[in-house]
Write a protein that binds this ligand. Sequence first.
Ligand code: SF4
Length: 243
Amino acid sequence: MTTGKIHSLESFGSVDGPGVRYIIFVQGCRMRCQFCHNPDTWKLDGGTEYTADALLEKALRFKTYWGTDGGITVSGGEPLLQIDFLLELFQKAKQQGVHTVIDTAGNPFTREGEFFQKFQALMEVTDLLLLDLKEINPERHRKLTGQENSNILDLARYLSEIGKPVWIRHVLVPKRSDYEEDLHALRRFLDTLDNVQRVEVLPYHTLGVFKWENLGIPYPLEGISAPTKERVENAERILGCRK
Ligand code: SF4
């Protein structure tokens, strides 16, 4: 039996997937997004350990609120770093008829080796992925997140190949991920996919800055404010977001 390292739990989530959802924030992330509002989830070895059974039992207490659309979302941190646990949790959730969502930035994805075998099994028991595409331009992506985007784009392609529904999310950060040419390039990339149910622009905000301060990490977006309403609407128009 595997245990998961869990950062925190939210009983009534309403933005990370359809309907009312029980949100499980896992501990651990290898990306270093400059706008991250949960840097306290980064450490790979922290968090509270749960078995899949214990966590599912906790979540199922809220089942009556889920209606026909709701269910469980695993967010982070980066859920795919704990793929063994995620697989066990979702297999058990599916046995109970629970709708399952993964909110991922895709960084651990590869089509190679054991990970890919597990990922294929995981997709059998996953209903929807919320996939962050933080920048389509490789250099800007690296600057913004500290990581490559080639395997993340490959994850998007793979999910399209297997027809797995996704919601694409783009955090709009002035001077980092709000470039006309990149937004158009992202749209062109999305046009090559067959499985995108929704595109969301998430405006950058500074509500998590205090966490960086508490952790003693210099905040890399010092002096950058939230995008204006006009820039958000511009990105939504280019990316074809529907309200
Ligand atoms: S992927 Fe998510 S948790 Fe990880 S650094 Fe980026 S915003 Fe933070």
